[in-house]
Ligand binder design. Structure first.
Ligand code: SF4
Length: 83
């Protein structure tokens, strides 16, 4: 999906995106947001996206940030319950 450049990576093959959210999950800068609407590209306003809190929202929702670590407990409980 992305091409490496001398500067910031650029989206080069958006149609290849599988909406797996891994790029958003692993971006430590919360620089991107994966739209859950995979059927067609979604327009986005950068200022509005920053203000909305969408950037990095998946990372926070699954407990991968310092402020949301407590959410990881749900995964641990599920694993224990499943055993
Ligand atoms: S959501 Fe998944 S498939 Fe799509 S660009 Fe990110 S890592 Fe690649």
């Amino acid at each position: 999906v992305f091409d490496k450049t001398e500067g910031l990576p650029v989206i080069a093959r958006q149609a290849d995106c599988q909406t797996c959210f891994l790029c958003e999950l692993y971006c430590p800068e919360d620089a991107l947001f994966v739209s859950p609407f995979a059927e067609q590209p979604q327009g986005i306003d950068v200022v509005a996206a920053r203000q909305s809190g969408l950037l990095g929202s998946y990372r926070r929702a699954v407990g991968w940030t310092k402020d949301s670590e407590h959410l990881r407990e749900a995964d641990r409980s599920f694993r224990l319950f499943g055993q």
